[in-house]
Design a protein around this ligand. Structure first.
Ligand SMILES: [Zn+2]
Length: 436
């Protein structure tokens, strides 16, 4: 079915935004009841139908989606599907998701809501995986929707080693990129390995879009500095929902609450509320193939409704659940997030990009790569920062460049072979069939 989808500017108050959601809810519920899963859930009971009924609907869990693999959530004829995707959790059980062409327009429009804009003058390097997950396709569709030239630089393909991506960034005058935060540093390291300076030698690059990893404000600023101060624009989403929040010019993540209803679930009390701290629950408002009613993403979040100076009139979200596990070292508590803030508080001129830490019960081991010229000073300052900020017993080691991320990973220009069956005498035929 064809929906008329809202865009920013279509509401001028929280009440108008709520009205946009309420208008859509009966259609979303009706569409959901066309799927085997929701039909079975309400068999023998009066199903929900109105916006008022919404508050009584049970949550849909990740386990529900796994149990319904592959097509238990399907609410349209198979012929109408445009793409099929999977994400796999830690259990290894697949979670399927699928979209019609019309669903794809909604997905692409949400991704395309970057405050820096995406337009036909842009060359957009998509550097996330394309295999089964949605991320690469999402950026590709958004770039195409806005008329940009998309360069598919799949982050998991043998055809796209980092060195090749650096060449593409430079020689195509790429203006926008989409990759995870670690990849932003990997690209910078690969650029340096190619004799280029990321802060100076890519003048066309105007913004880098990122998601999929916990990202502290300190690290986001550092990524921006490494690339000469261009905006690093974060978003939040999943393969089952697409983009659900995007960053505003003030640096806050706003939920796209005109396109989905967002709620916060407290597992302790079982209560669901519009704001506060708890697990993120999402009801997309504009999708046909795989409707989700109150889908619990299970990410720990904090949703706030106080106004933001950007004026977007959308709630904000802080993703807490991806901050990682806490570890106890001596009398101190250590998280990846806190260590990241400390490491990236070193001056940018120290060129520290890659680090790792191990939390033993009595000592925190922290290792990082730095050039010869700054390594000693970085060890000293990091040790002092760990004493001052965490009071944790530590052993800090500075490593030469190439220890954590081998030079080979930054410079390899792998040839992609094609399958071949006939060889001349003396040729290497070991890769005849196993050609990758
Ligand atoms: Zn804002």
């Amino acid at each position: 079915m064809s929906w008329s989808r809202p865009e920013p500017g279509d509401w001028s108050s929280p009440a108008e935004l709520a009205a946009l959601q309420r208008r859509q809810l009966p259609r979303v519920i009706a569409q959901a009841l066309r799927s085997p899963f929701y039909a079975a859930r309400y068999e023998g009971r009066t199903p929900p139908s109105t916006a008022d009924d919404f508050a009584g609907i049970e949550l849909t869990t990740k386990q529900d989606l796994r149990d319904q693999y592959p097509f238990g959530m399907l609410a349209v004829e198979r012929e109408r599907l445009a793409t099929y995707h999977e994400s796999s959790g830690t259990s290894g059980e697949p979670t399927a998701s699928y979209y019609t062409d019309e669903d794809w327009t909604d997905l692409a429009e949400r991704f395309a809501r970057k405050w820096t804009g995406i337009d036909s003058s842009d060359t957009f390097l998509v550097r996330t995986p394309y295999g089964l997950v949605i991320t690469g396709h999402l950026a590709q569709a958004a770039g195409r929707l806005r008329g940009a030239t998309v360069v598919p630089g799949d982050a998991r393909s043998l055809a796209t080693p980092l060195a090749r991506m650096v060449r593409v960034l430079k020689s195509l005058d790429v203006t926008l990129t989409w990759c995870n935060p670690t990849e932003i540093t990997m690209l910078a390291a690969a650029a340096k390995a190619a004799g280029l300076r990321p802060d100076r030698d890519f003048p066309a690059l105007r913004a880098m879009f990122t998601a999929a990893e916990p990202l502290t404000e300190v690290r986001r600023r550092r990524l921006s500095e490494i690339w000469g101060g261009i905006p690093v624009v974060e978003e939040y989403g999943s393969t089952e929902t697409g983009t659900i929040a995007g960053q505003c010019p003030e640096g806050r993540l706003h939920l796209w609450a005109d396109r989905a209803v967002f709620e916060v679930y407290d597992p302790a009390t079982g209560e669901v509320s519009a704001a506060g701290r708890g697990q993120m629950v999402v009801t997309p408002l504009y999708r046909d193939a795989m409707p989700l009613l109150r889908y619990n993403l299970a990410d720990e979040v904090e949703v706030a409704t106080d106004p933001c100076p950007c004026g977007w009139l959308l709630p904000t979200v802080t993703v807490l659940g991806r901050a990682g596990t806490e570890h106890t070292v001596g009398a101190a508590t250590v998280t990846q997030q806190r260590l990241e803030e400390i490491v990236f508080s070193l001056p940018v001129s120290y060129e520290v990009m890659f680090w790792r830490a191990m939390a033993h019960s009595d000592v925190l081991r922290l290792e990082f790569e730095a050039p010869d010229a700054t390594r000693e000073q970085a060890v000293k300052e990091l040790g002092e920062a760990l004493d001052r900020e965490l009071g944790v017993p530590h052993r800090v080691t500075g490593l030469p460049l190439g220890t954590l991320v081998p030079a080979e990973a930054l410079t390899a220009q792998r040839d992609i072979l094609k399958a071949r069956y006939l060889f001349a005498e003396g040729e290497d035929w070991d890769k005849a069939v196993m050609y990758f």
